[in-house]
Ligand binder design. Sequence first.
Ligand code: G3P
Ligand code: CA
Length: 259
Amino acid sequence: PALATTTSAAAGVTNVAHRGASAYAPENTIAAFELAGEQGADMFELDVQETKDHELVLMHDTTLARTTDAEQVFPGRSPWNVGDFTLDQIRRLDAGSWKSADYEGERVPTLGEALRMMDGSDMGLLLEVKSPDLYPGIEERIAAELRRHSSWLAAGRVVVQSFDWDSMRTFDRLMPDVPVGLLGTPSTGQLSGLAGFAEQINPQYGTLTAAYVRRVHRLGMDILTWTVDDPDAMRRVIGYGVDGVITNRPDVLSDLVSS
Ligand code: G3P
Ligand code: CA
């Protein structure tokens, strides 16, 4: 199934900003998503996890240590697992200073805040369910949040992906009209079974081949690859026929496809 989002015209490749324009702005923040839009991204990617009180927040690592000041704010709470803190506690954290003083005071958004604040953008959303094994029932809570922000349910505007393929089977049963993507590189033998519920296969780009892209396409699925920041590597995977490139540098991809 084709993505309904606008594609970068020249290459017809969907430009997906990985954790937002995360080469330049702190990952998984509203600032990074807004910058992605300014840099010509067609979609922005984010990572969803759950707080101790079952609120959905955007964080890549399963701990708060790398991308917030949790170690200073909550000393002695090592290793600062996301799921050990309430939303109220996580709201106190600075999620911007680690990247640059320009982003001091940037907060960890909830999924609901991101859906509300980015609704006016013309971008689609690639929503990664991160480590769902740590958060039983997270699929239901994400489905409920998407239903609360129903403008995102326009055909193809949201794709939900995970490295946990069972979690994506679960999500597909809950929201069969929302496309799901499988992160990783399933074997040829696995692919046809996965095509029964998945719309995308999203592998790391290093070992990707044109033959693998053809195999995925023959089964009726799209293929988006990550995380590609180097223009030569972008050209290579576009040459393989991928449908989308997930990059920390959406501006580089925008320049490449418009030149
Ligand atoms: O969207 C692909 C990519 O986000 C998967 O890896 O570790 O950056 O979440 P990671
Ligand atoms: Ca991710």
